[in-house]
Write a protein that binds this ligand. Structure first.
Ligand code: UN1
Length: 510
């Protein structure tokens, strides 16, 4: 911060952790982009925006780095990611605290976010020895067929404020072991955690000793910086997290130049609660999924479809759970819901609740609190909204702690309601009936990329592939075989005979 400005507590503390993490003070005290803390609304840092020349240079350097990195054996590349995991383990409390200060998450969720980064590093290290292709039976004698996975190129990673560092790690850990170079455009709302994370990667690179310069860069800025990554031929894959509108703008531009896209867009995630469900377990799961991260996860639970026989009993429990969840400063240990990210998020929440009221929805909660203590920050009580039917207001994503509760009579009707929204990210069913659970997971069940039984839709672990369908974007990140998007596949046919038999029995006799 410029010395003439008043420095608040959060700014002072953020500066302290940034220095502790080894970030150059000039990187967070000079520049035109102001980082704010949602805890108080105060400015906590200033960051230089990357200009066109910086972006072009970074893309060029990444492309050069890729040309040598692709030749480093994959298990060696894994060693760099192992070192990154070590750096993250050592920095976990400090980086987590910075996430709390810059994104407003409670301590446990911030620590969980760093743990998610460590987990994907561990996963990627193992994977660096398992980038397997197949051998394939060939119809021709004296031939062999196989597939080989090669590094892809420069990967652009665009991330959002709500998981300011973990989503980068999902992409970076895989891209690095796959032999790719990475360019990261973090959210303008969370540049400081990005710079701190980048510093840790640079420390891992220095210890590793063989990472080419330009292998990983951070580009700070808004949509225009992201647009450079989207437009540049040298960027072979763009993995972007954000709104459906952003995805809709980006996808055709990538398709135009045949680049790959992993789009992790919004969600309007639902859970169905069946009569056989354990209501205690369901209440706890719903509470975390709907109120956790103050409803600001793309996987947050937004719609609850409850069987009419248990509707009243579940609502009683939920009302009690909602009343007991403490809203407040995420630095305080009793807090379960921290602030919304900014005023615009609060305005969107208010507009959605107003609309729900005009449709006859019964709203509990959803009020701004702590405005006197934090006049420039936006704390809200989580809202429960009872709706007679799944009205338009419940069919769109509002990035705030609002849970729409609706009734159903039979499972087919519930599934219909469940799937009749534009998004298709995460979903759950609460039941102890095998047939209901299996139907939900079947082809005619949930249409989401994530479908769970007796746990909420949020809080996925990294071992599975993460991503959604429909307006949630498509493409998969993190575990399972998501790594394949970061490599290109070559099918190889080798003739070790002296003859030249043609496939499909074709003859071409000279
Ligand atoms: C996001 O909100 O963009 O499943 C990612 C979860 C987290 C990741 C969420 N592991 O809720």
């Amino acid at each position: 911060m410029a010395s003439s400005e008043a420095i608040g507590d959060v700014a002072r503390e953020a500066g302290q952790w940034l220095q502790e993490l080894g970030v150059e003070p000039s990187l967070f005290s000079v520049g035109e982009l102001r980082a704010h803390s949602p805890i108080t609304g105060e400015a906590i840092g200033r960051v230089k925006v990357s200009g066109v020349a910086d972006v072009k240079a970074a893309i060029g350097a990444a492309d050069d780095a890729f040309r040598s990195w692709r030749n480093v054996p994959a298990p060696r590349r894994g060693e760099l990611v192992r070192l990154l995991g070590e750096e993250l383990r050592a920095a976990k409390p400090h980086l987590a605290r910075l996430v709390t200060l810059e994104a407003g998450k409670i301590a446990s969720e911030s620590l969980g976010e760093i743990q998610e980064m460590i987990d994907i590093c561990d996963f990627a290290v193992g994977l660096s020895r398992q980038l397997h292709g197949l051998t394939i039976a060939t119809e021709r004698p004296g031939h062999r067929m196989m597939e080989t996975w090669h590094p892809l190129g420069v990967v652009g990673v665009i991330t959002s404020f709500n998981f300011p560092v973990a989503v980068w790690a999902w992409n970076a850990a895989l891209a690095l072991i796959c032999g790719d170079a990475i360019l990261w455009k973090p959210s303008e709302k969370t540049p400081l955690t990005a710079l701190a994370t980048h510093t840790l990667l640079m420390r891992a690179c220095a210890r590793f000793g063989e990472a080419p310069a330009g292998l990983a860069s951070v580009l700070i800025g808004g949509r225009d910086v992201g647009a450079f990554l989207v437009e540049d031929e040298r960027v072979k894959l763009v993995s972007a997290t954000g709104s459906t509108a952003m995805g809709r703008a980006v996808a055709p531009r990538l398709a135009q130049r045949f680049a790959r896209a992993i789009l992790e867009l919004g969600g309007n995630n639902a859970a169905i609660v069946c009569p056989s469900a354990s209501l205690d377990l369901a209440t706890r799961a719903i509470a975390f999924a709907a109120m956790g991260t103050a409803g600001q996860r793309c996987t947050s639970l937004r719609r609850l479809i409850v069987h009419e026989d248990i509707h009243a009993a579940l609502l009683d429990r939920l009302r009690a759970a909602y009343a007991s969840a403490r809203v407040g400063d995420p630095r305080e240990s009793q807090t379960l819901l921290g602030p919304l990210i900014d005023e615009a998020a609060y305005a969107a929440m208010r507009a959605t609740l107003d609309e729900a009221r005009t449709l006859g929805g019964a709203v509990t909660g959803g009020e701004r609190v702590l405005a006197e203590r934090f006049p420039n920050a936006y704390y809200v009580t989580p809202a429960l909204v009872e709706l007679a039917e799944q009205a338009r207001v419940a069919q769109r994503e509002t990035f705030a702690p609002i849970l729409f509760v609706m009734k159903y009579r039979n499972l087919d009707e519930a599934l219909d309601m469940h799937n009749s929204v534009a998004h298709g990210l995460a979903s759950s069913i609460f039941t102890n009936e095998l047939c209901e659970a299996e139907k939900f997971l079947s082809a005619e069940g949930s249409d989401c990329g994530i479908a769970n039984v007796n746990i909420g839709p949020s809080g996925a672990e990294i071992g599975g592939a993460f991503g959604g369908e429909k307006d949630s974007g498509g493409g998969r990140e993190a575990g399972s075989d998501a790594w394949k998007a970061y490599m290109r596949r070559a099918t190889n046919t080798i003739n070790y005979s002296k003859d030249l038999p043609l496939a499909q029995g074709v003859r071409f006799d000279l």
